[in-house]
Ligand binder design. Structure first.
Ligand SMILES: Nc1ncnc2c1ncn2[C@@H]1O[C@H](COP(=O)(O)OP(=O)(O)OP(=O)(O)O)[C@@H](O)[C@H]1O
Ligand SMILES: [Mg+2]
Length: 368
């Protein structure tokens, strides 16, 4: 899949800019603060509905404006046009998404149709950060290949919110214990599904991940790391219901759900040892890039389509060997959109490819 045309209006520091991309390599070049990452961000909003920087839509609206609009036209197996518009009103905000001119009501009918994989300096948080970062990352990745998982996950989040409200109501004596039972039932059923799916995914994903790690790691490591799913309950509905009953008084006291996949983690391990406790900085970076390369391979295998690769300024962080390894691992068939402050450090790695260069100066774009 290729993004052929992008239009952004009142998005971040852009007033109204168009990009006609090369199906191969695209460089976005400009000084710090020029607006390079904002272009990548617009593409992540269009593909994932939310910004990869984890900010709210309000922050994406150009200062002194009250709306933003992004549109991308993609070609591939099918040609499609995707639009996202967001409007701020004094008392509310409205976000609309469209696919080929038709408004989409359910986000799961849209999410993942544009398949992008982003490499960014923040990726290291997937390894170093709190469990929530990993859960979000892997939930996003599974959702890109499995809409049923995404729908179940969305339902699960609503169930948790309702169950927690019920626990609060019981604690405050405005609800009775038996009102919780319906939520327990929904919760147990969805938990069983989500944990099973995540574990199944990790099994398949590990094979690809280890293969990618082996390919790009230049240093010798005793054992290739592997991702393991760290759950707090077994995926068995009856077992989960039993645990909920055992925890009843404690949950009423804390007014929240204490067990379940919303608390799970993914741990990188070398044998029995936690990878984080033995890995060097470089090895951690290698593992992040392997993770992303594996993400590309995994999605492409299931979707049978090329992903669009977005690379936000990570070349400045890598040594020459890793730069070379990364570029070699990106296949010629993918469209790549790369940001960098200048071309010096990267151009040499891309000789012979169909390159388009966009110079960005304070949100004004000129093609070279
Ligand atoms: N909502 C907004 N409205 C207007 N300008 C904004 C908004 N949000 C961010 N900016 C501006 O966008 C610029 C940052 O853009 P961006 O992150 O794309 O920079 P960059 O070119 O990637 O820089 P760097 O090389 O430092 O990563 C800053 O100048 C910032 O002030
Ligand atoms: Mg940037």
């Amino acid at each position: 899949m290729v993004a052929d045309f992008l239009l952004i209006k009142n998005f971040r520091n852009y007033e109204n800019e168009k990009f006609i991309f090369s199906p191969n390599i695209n460089f976005l070049i400009g000084n710090n603060g020029a607006g390079k990452t904002n272009v990548i961000e617009a593409l992540t909003v269009l593909s994932g509905i939310k910004s990869f920087r984890g900010v709210s839509d309000k922050d994406l609206v150009r200062w002194n404006c009250d709306s933003y609009y992004c549109c991308v036209e993609c070609s591939g197996k099918i040609n499609s046009r995707f639009e996202i518009g967001y409007q701020l009103y004094p008392d509310k905000s409205v976000k609309k998404i469209k696919k080929n001119g038709n408004e989409i009501v359910k986000f799961s009918d849209y999410y993942g149709d544009i398949i992008t994989v982003i490499f960014s300096p923040d990726d290291i948080n997937i390894i170093n950060g709190v469990p929530e970062v990993r859960r979000k990352y892997f939930d996003g990745l599974i959702s890109k290949t499995d809409k049923i998982y995404l729908r179940n996950l969305t339902d699960f989040k609503k169930i948790i919110a309702s169950r927690n409200k019920c626990l609060r109501d019981i604690a405050e004596k405005s609800a009775k214990k038996d009102q919780l039972e319906i939520w327990n039932d929904f919760f147990a059923e969805k938990s069983e599904y989500i944990i099973s799916k995540r574990a199944e995914f990790i099994n398949d994903f590990n094979i690809i991940f280890k293969n990618e790690y082996e390919k790009i790691s230049s240093e010798k490591i005793i054992e290739i790391p592997e991702i393991s799913y760290a759950g707090n309950i077994t995926p068995d509905k009856n077992d989960i219901l039993k645990k909920l009953n055992e925890n009843y008084y404690l949950e009423i006291k804390r007014k929240t759900t204490l067990i379940g996949p919303q608390k799970d983690d993914y741990v990188l391990k070398c044998g029995d040892t936690n990878f984080l406790s033995i890995a060097s900085q470089g090895q951690k970076r290698t593992s992040v890039i392997s993770l992303k390369n594996a993400e590309i391979k995994f999605i492409e295998k299931i979707r049978d389509e090329n992903v669009i690769i977005l690379i936000d300024d990570i070349f400045s962080e890598l040594d020459n060997i890793r730069k070379k390894n990364l570029i070699e691992s990106i296949s010629l068939k993918n469209q790549v959109i790369i940001t960098a402050v200048n071309l010096d450090s990267i151009m040499d790695y891309f000789t012979g490819k169909n390159i388009k260069i966009f110079n960005i100066d304070n949100a004004v774009v000129t093609e070279k």
